[in-house]
Ligand binder design. Structure first.
Ligand SMILES: Nc1ncnc2c1ncn2[C@@H]1O[C@H](COP(=O)(O)OP(=O)(O)O)[C@@H](O)[C@H]1O
Ligand SMILES: [Mg+2]
Length: 256
């Protein structure tokens, strides 16, 4: 079943068409990658789905229910939650309190919210930093906090906007593992990412945007061979490494 249905979504800023009649479905429990060059419209699409922008045209359905134009908190309450590319923690609060803010959206009961916050700190490898002031974290730490805060709301659909940018290889591998663990627990995940090693091995499907238009939607193995995608975005470097099997699936499985 599709948990998210996007039908002909268009977002205009004056003359600029940032998203041009984009349509796709996201199946429940899937990991879907959203890639494309800077300015392709990826973040704008997340903004439309999460209610930050009201699309100029088109319809969005979540769990079979139309959510087009609803407020961000209404959409979050229904279970579709995103992170921000430009991280914005409540920087004078501790890491724990930041996550707790998210957890109180999940439950107003102290005990349940605290447990949820601890669980998400553990999942995102932030437990040891829980008493640190959020503004003092490294960029990697802030990205993980952004993810923990979103997770604490217990979303059905988690939309991650470049959470791996600027991370070390070790941090990136840890993030990939967290994302796989979440999927194993039944969460649906959409992920905008420039770090191909972070997305290609774990995505069930990849959607490619270029200039506001969807130019491809396919399994990773086909995306990296797609001439349009290579020309618009991938170049040949990643595709070549991929074809030579230098990029291994982190789950040990085979590309199909
Ligand atoms: N609030 C806004 N007002 C005007 N133009 C915007 C706004 N948000 C995004 N854009 C423009 O829309 C296009 C797509 O941007 P964005 O969705 O951020 O791309 P991506 O995330 O793929 O890099 C860009 O040309 C950007 O400048
Ligand atoms: Mg963006």
């Amino acid at each position: 079943m599709a948990i998210l249905e996007v039908h002909n979504v268009t977002m205009k800023f004056g003359e600029l068409v940032a998203c041009n009649s984009i349509s796709f479905n996201v199946e429940e429990g899937a990991i879907v990658g959203l890639i494309g060059p800077n300015g392709a419209g990826k973040t704008t699409l997340f903004n439309c789905i999460s209610g930050l922008y009201k699309p100029s045209g088109g319809n969005i359905f979540f769990n079979g229910e139309e959510i087009t134009g609803l407020k961000p908190y209404e959409i979050a309450r229904k279970g579709a939650v995103r992170t921000f590319q430009v991280v914005r923690p409540l920087k004078d609060m501790t890491v724990f309190d930041n996550v707790l803010v998210g957890a109180f959206l999940y439950s107003r009961e102290n005990r349940i919210a605290f447990e949820k916050a601890y669980e998400c700190l553990r999942l995102c490898n932030l437990e040891h930093l829980k008493d640190k002031i959020a503004g003092e974290l490294t960029i990697g730490g802030k990205k993980r906090l952004e993810m923990a805060r979103a997770l604490a709301t217990n979303p059905k659909l988690l939309m991650l906007d470049e959470v791996m940018a600027g991370l070390t290889t070790t941090e990136m591998k840890a993030s990939v593992e967290v994302i796989q663990r979440l999927r194993d627990h039944g969460m649906t995940i959409m992920i905008i990412e420039h770090v191909m090693e972070g997305i290609m091995p774990i995505a069930d499907k990849v959607i490619v945007l270029d200039g506001g238009v969807k130019i491809a939607e396919d399994v990773p193995a086909s995306i990296v061979k797609n001439e349009k995608v290579i020309e618009a975005y991938l170049g040949t470097k990643y595709s070549k490494r991929y074809r030579e099997k230098k990029v291994e699936r982190t789950d040990g499985g085979a590309y199909t």
